[in-house]
Design a protein around this ligand. Sequence first.
Ligand code: NOJ
Length: 543
Amino acid sequence: MKSQNKWWKSAVIYQIYPRSFADSNGDGIGDLQGIISKLDYLENLGIDAVWLSPVCRSPQDDNGYDISDYQDIDPMFGTLADMETLIEEAGKHHIRIIMDLVLNHSSDEHRWFQEAKKSRDNPYHDYYVWRDGTEGTFPNDMRAAFGGPAWEWVPELGQYYFHQFSVKQPDLNWENPKLRREIYDMINWWIGKGVGGFRLDVIDQIAKEPDKRITGNGPRLHEFLRELSRETFQKADLVTVGEAWGADTELAKLYSNPDNSELSMVFQFEHICLDQEAGKEKWDLAPLPFLKLKEVFERWQTQLYGKGWNSLFWNNHDLPRIVSRWGNDRKYRVESAKMLAILLHGLQGTPYIYQGEELGMTNVRYEMEDYRDIETLNLYRERLEKGYTEAEIMRSIYAKSRDNARTPMQWNDGENAGFTVGKPWIKVNPNYREINAAGQISDANSVFGCYRELIRLRKKYPVYAEGEFRMLCREDENVFAYLREDEEYQLLVICNFHDGTVQNPLGEPDAGMKLLVGNYPEACRGAVLRPYEAGMYLLDKRR
Ligand code: NOJ
C-alpha cells in the first residue's frame, strides 16, 4: 500500500485509560462495558481510533503495565467476550481499537516468569535477563525507573533478574528467539481478533544490554523491530506507535520509515521534557523555555517531512494535564486549552487526544494519602529520605504526578462526576461540577466543540496531512505561528502562548484567509493578540 494512502495519516486517535474512563458495574473501576457505553460520545467527537491502555490480566502493580496473561482480559475490566464486543461495536461507530503492547517486561506473576525462576535449566529461564552474583552485591549499580536497584535477588537460583521498572516487572530477554516467536504469535492472535493497531510500551528499551549499562536504543533494537514488524504488523492494515523516550529525529526516521519496515510512528518526548532542570529528573521543575519549544517542533516537523511520520500529543496517562502545565487552568482555562489544541492540531502527524483533554480537564491537588501511582508513592518516600522538605516534594507532585492524568473522567455534575455509582478507585477532581462533558457536548464554543471542529477539519482538507511546514516569527518570545502548504491550500496558525496581550508580529491575515477556528469570537484580526488568543486560517489558492 502506498504510504500516502495510510488511513492513520488523516486520523485522530483518542487514548482511554480504562480504569478511569467509565465504570459500568459500580465497583469504582472503569471497565470495557463502560467504554462500550460511551461509543456514541466518541463518535460524536469524531475520532478514528481508540488506544486502550492495558486491559490484559495483571496484578495491577503498575496499573496494568505489568501483564500476567497477554491473551486474557483482567476480570477488573471484563472478559475476553467484552473485548470482542468492544472491537465489534466500536467498528459500527467507525472506531478502531488499538491495544497497548507491553513487550519490554511482563509481570512477575506471568506463567513464564513463574517457570523461569524454578531452575536455571527451565525452558523459560532464558525468557528473562539473569546475572549470577551473591546476595547483597548487585551485578552493577543500575537503578530502576520507579526507584531502587534494577536487580532483584532470587535466592533459589542464586541469581539476580533485571527490571527497568518495578520489582514486579521483570525485563524480557529479546535476545532469545523463542521468546520473540511467542510474542509474535500472541500479537497475531490479537490481529486475528480485529484490532486496528498497537501502541508499544517503552519499545526503545527492549534491546537492553545491562552489562554495558545500555537500556534505550540498544545495538539490536532496529533489527528486532524489523523482525517484529515483518512477522506481525505488516500482515494487516494497522497503525503502530512506539513509545521511544530516547528517539531523536534520525532514529524516528528509522522507526517510521515510509517503507513500513518498522512502525507507523513513535511517541518522542523532546518537547515534553523541556520544563525540567537539565540532566535531572522530571520532578526538578524549570520554567518552559518557549523559544526552545518552538525550535523542537520546527525540527521535528521539517526533518520528518516526507521521510517519516510524527505523532502529535500534549498528554497521556503518564503526563500532567496540558492546560495546567503550559496553559492557565484558572482565568483562561477555556482560552488556553483551545489555544494548545489549535497549535497542535495544525501540525503534520497523527494527533492523540488523552481522555478529558477535550474538556480542558486540569491537574489535581490531593492529600498524599489519596495518591495511588506507584511512581508518585516511591518518589515521595525516596525524597523524604533524601532530606527534601514536604513542601518541595508536594510542589513536584502537584506539577508532575501521573495521577493528574488518572483522575476519573468527568462526565457530568452528578455524584462522582458520573464516572461510577460506587466509590472511585481514585478521587474525582473536585472541579467536575464546572468541567464536565454534559456541559460541553452541545456547545460549539466549548473546549469539546473546538476539538470536534479540529478533527473535522483534518478529515476535510488534505493540507493537514500532507502540507509542508514553515515556522513564522521564529524569534518572537510570545507567539507560536506557522504555515502549512500544499498545492491547493495555505493553512496559517497563530497562537499567543501567554496570558498577556501582545503585538501580533504578523499583522492582520490577508483578506483571502478565512478563519476556520479560533478561541475568541473575533479572532486575530487586529494588531494585538489577546491572552492565549489563537486562530487557524485557510487560504484557498485556487480562488
Ligand atoms: C510506560 C507507560 O506509559 C507507563 O505508564 C509504565 O509505567 C511504563 N512504561 C512501564 O511499563
